[in-house]
Design a protein around this ligand. Sequence first.
Ligand code: G4P
Length: 266
Amino acid sequence: MAKAGRQIREKLKLIDTVIEVIDARVPVASRNPDIAQYTAFKRHIILLNKADLADPVQSERWKAYFEQEEGVDAVLLFNAFDLKDKKKLVETIWKHNPKEKNQLKCLLCGIPNVGKSTVINALIGKKKTQIGNKPGVTKGQQWLTTPDGLMLLDTPGILWPKFEDETIGIHLAWIGSIKDTIFEKENIAGDLMKFLVARYPELVEAQYNITTNGRTVPEVFDAMAISRGLLLRGGDLDYYRACEMLLGDFKNGRIGRITIDECPEA
Ligand code: G4P
């Protein structure tokens, strides 16, 4: 972790604007609060990325919340695949740091899987090879010039999630940022179902054509497995497939637009 921090500091020497990428569904879990150390004396733009998968009401609250944070110049609700959002980001970068074309240097930062390389690809306007999540890519580092005249460091600053409590790990597992080897799939899916039934019951009901009211979590899984015909040979319900289906549907946004980390009241 200390090494990752050193490497970001090294990259930052030349940087004008830091673009911090957060997953809009988990603005707490996908953020490393150490970022504030790196953005002092820089322009700091926060992208609440994957906003297309997040609850729009919660996203607006989070946007307002982060806009209050000291040192933050702008916060954008962002979908890395939407060209309109890309245009807005470019305008925002220039607005907060007017410079000559090809002289404004930007660095994207964030934990793995929040969408940093997708945002870089959107800014440069073409498909680039996947950017690895390993920290420490210092050799052969290059500046990419975007068609809008920005300069981007081609490898983003990798931050690591801050595991202050177990909840952060669980939330990252729900969005697929932490692999199932760390937490058992059934446990992750059970916790996710409990959360969804409490906070977004109507979305679960619509997705699986079931009712949730008055049902325990195992009963909701029963209903889901029956509704989807998830049966083992012999007719028993296939809970493993039900867990996999729930996690996959959630991760890909099929259940609906859901925010896991609730914004504190202003
Ligand atoms: P990283 O560099 O920060 O590690 O993230 P990367 O760009 O590789 O993006 C991780 C996954 O998130 C990719 O899915 C990518 O397509 C998806 N993604 C990025 N931005 C957005 C966005 O704004 N909206 C949505 N809906 N998806 C976004 P993937 O290749 O399928 O990977 P995975 O989901 O299987 O890990």
